[in-house]
Design a protein around this ligand. Structure first.
Ligand code: FES
Length: 106
């Protein structure tokens, strides 16, 4: 299991348990994290699962592939740490991951 902490828009933190193999988006939806609509169900086709990866975790989560980059163009306030959470696979190595929910999602 990996613990993932979501920092919500109001600054509160919600730590959830995620199983390796699921995505960060799936962990958010399963735990009713507000601000992650995931309208396309993880197909990298909506950008409503946009998160900011904490700087200390950016190397571990890696860089977005081209398809994800293209979809991020539709997200609001994209920053260097922006990722689509449906494209981040949970592994044991991501135990402790911290991501922030954007102010505006869609
Ligand atoms: Fe639609 Fe991630 S859930 S792009």
């Amino acid at each position: 299991m990996a613990t993932i902490t979501f920092i919500l828009k109001d600054g509160t933190e919600r730590a959830v348990e995620a199983e390796p193999g699921m995505t960060v988006m799936e962990a958010a939806v399963k735990n009713s994290i507000p601000g992650i609509a995931a309208e396309c169900g993880g197909a990298c086709a909506c950008a409503t699962c946009h998160v900011y990866v904490d700087d200390t975790w950016r190397e571990a989560t890696g860089e977005p592939v081209q398809m994800e980059e293209d979809m991020l163009d539709f997200a609001f306030d994209v920053q260097p740490s922006s990722r689509l959470s449906c494209q981040i696979k949970v592994t044991e190595a991501l135990d402790g991951l911290v991501v922030r929910i954007p102010e505006k999602q869609f």
